[in-house]
Design a binder for this molecule. Structure first.
Ligand code: NAP
Ligand code: ZN
Ligand code: ZN
Length: 348
C-alpha cells in the first residue's frame, strides 16, 4: 500500500505554495522510506517553484536538502537500517553505468541524473521532493548523517554543503591558500565554515557590512563590502580561489581581477543570464574560470564525515513551520536569511 505523505505543493510560477498530499510508493527491494524531519530551503527551490528555469512540471513538491530517519527498508537493503539518521540531496538516481557514474560523479551522469524533484523516476512518475513528510529512495542515493550533527543543521549540508565542499576540495583549499566567497547566504556561509575548517584563509565578499560580525564569528579572517569600490582596488591579484554563490548577475571581470597568478574563480550561483567576461581578464595572470555542480555520492558522504569530525559542523539555521515557507522565500530573495531556512517537517 502506498503511503500518503503531507506536503507543500507549488502549483504555478506565481501561486504561493499550498498544503496538499502526495503518494509515496512502498520501498522496492533496494529502497528505503525516510521519515523526513527537516528540509532546507535552497535558492534553487525558489528558482524552480517560481519558474526561473525552463520546463517545470506543476504541481511539484520541491526540496532537496532532506534530513530524516529511516522508517522502512526493502527486502534486499544492506546499507541502511530502520532508525538510521540519513539524508537525501539533489538527485535520487542516475544510470549507474556511464563513465561519470562509475567515477562517483553521478551529478554529471551522461544519461542525466534523476533530480529529487521535477524529474521522472524509474517508475515513470514525476519525482517529488522534501517539502513533505516522507520520501522513498534507492539505498545507494541515501547518505549517512554522523551522530554529532543535529538533523536541522545537517539538512542544508545535502545541497549547500556539498556544493561548496566539492570545489573547495577539488581546487585544494587549505593552509596557505587565500579563498574568497562571494555572497553570504545559504551556500556562502557553508563555504566559509568549511574552508575555515580546512585551514584556509577565508575572505567574505558581501554586498554590505551587515553580515560582517557573523562572518568573522564563523571563521572568516577578512570581510569586505562589494558596494565599496575601494574593495576591488585593495584586493587586486590577491586570491587563489574565489567561489561565486550569487544568484543574480554580477560583473565577472571585476571579480576575476582579484585572482592571483593561476587563480581560479568557480561559479556555483545560477543567475538567469549567462555571464560574459573579457578574454584579457583570463589571459592576464593565467587565470581560470570554472563551474561546479553539487558533488557525487561518495564525495557527499566524505563531506558529511568531515563535518562530523569537525565538531559536528552544520548550517546556521532558522527553523520555520511550513506555514512560513512563502514568507521565507521572499526573505531569501531579499538576502535576508541567517543563513538557511529549514522547515520542520512535523508542521506539513
Ligand atoms: P542565497 O541564500 O539567496 O544566497 C545568495 C547570496 O548572494 C545572498 O545571500 C547575497 O549575499 C548574495 N546576493 C544576492 N543577490 C545579490 C546581488 N544582486 N548582487 C550581489 N550579491 C547578491 O542562495 P543560495 O541558496 O546560497 O544559492 C545561491 C545560488 O546557488 C542560487 O542561484 C542557487 O540556485 C545556486 N545553487 C547552485 C548549486 C550548484 O550545484 N552549482 C547548488 C545549489 C544552489 P550577501 O548578502 O552576502 O551579499
Ligand atoms: Zn540546492
Ligand atoms: Zn550515469
Amino acid at each position: 500500500m502506498p503511503t500518503l505523505a503531507k506536503a507543500y505543493v507549488a502549483t504555478s510560477p506565481t501561486a504561493a505554495l499550498e498544503p496538499g498530499t502526495i503518494e509515496r510508493r512502498d520501498p522496492g527491494d533496494f529502497e528505503v522510506r525516510i521519515a523526513i524531519k527537516f528540509t532546507g530551503i535552497c535558492h534553487s527551490d525558489i528558482h524552480t517553484a517560481r519558474g526561473d528555469w525552463a520546463s517545470v512540471k506543476y504541481p511539484v513538491v520541491i526540496g532537496h536538502e532532506i534530513a530524516g530517519v529511516v522508517e522502512a527498508v526493502g527486502a534486499r537493503v544492506t546499507r541502511h537500517a530502520v532508525g538510521d539518521r540519513v539524508g537525501v540531496g539533489c538527485f535520487v538516481d542516475s544510470c549507474r553505468d556511464c563513465v561519470n557514474c562509475r567515477a562517483g560523479e553521478e551529478q554529471h551522469c551522461l544519461a542525466g541524473s534523476t533530480s529529487t524533484y521535477n524529474s521522472v523516476g524509474r517508475d515513470g512518475l514525476p519525482t517529488q521532493g522534501g517539502y513533505s513528510t516522507s520520501i522513498v529512495v534507492d539505498e545507494n542515493y541515501v547518505l549517512r548523517i554522523p551522530d554529532g550533527i543535529p538533523l536541522d543543521s545537517a539538512a542544508p549540508l545535502l545541497c549547500a554543503g556539498i556544493t561548496m565542499y566539492s570545489p573547495l576540495r577539488n581546487w585544494n583549499a587549505g593552509p596557505g591558500k587565500r579563498e574568497a566567497i562571494i555572497g553570504m547566504g545559504g551556500l556562502g556561509h557553508m563555504g566559509l565554515k568549511m574552508a575555515a575548517a580546512m585551514g584556509a584563509e577565508v575572505t567574505v565578499l558581501s554586498q554590505s557590512l551587515k553580515k560582517q560580525e557573523d562572518a568573522l564569528g564563523l571563521g572568516a579572517q577578512h570581510y569586505y563590502a562589494t558596494s565599496d569600490p575601494g574593495t576591488f582596488e585593495v584586493l587586486t591579484g590577491h586570491f587563489h580561489l574565489i567561489i561565486n554563490t550569487v544568484s543574480a548577475d554580477i560583473d565577472v571581470d571585476q571579480y576575476l581581477s582579484l585572482l592571483a597568478l593561476d587563480g581560479t574563480m568557480v561559479l556555483v550561483g545560477l543567475p538567469s543570464k549567462p555571464p560574459t567576461q573579457r578574454a584579457w581578464s583570463l589571459i592576464s595572470l593565467r587565470r581560470n574560470l570554472a563551474g561546479s555542480k553539487m558533488g557525487g555520492i561518495r564525495q557527499t558522504q566524505e563531506m558529511l564525515n568531515f563535518c562530523g569530525a569537525s565538531g559536528g559542523l552544520g548550517a546556521e539555521v532558522e527553523v520555520i513551520p511550513a506555514s512560513k515557507i512563502n514568507d521565507a522565500f521572499d526573505r531569501v530573495i531579499a538576502s535576508d536569511v541567517r543563513y538557511r531556512f529549514v522547515i520542520d517537517a512535523g508542521t506539513f
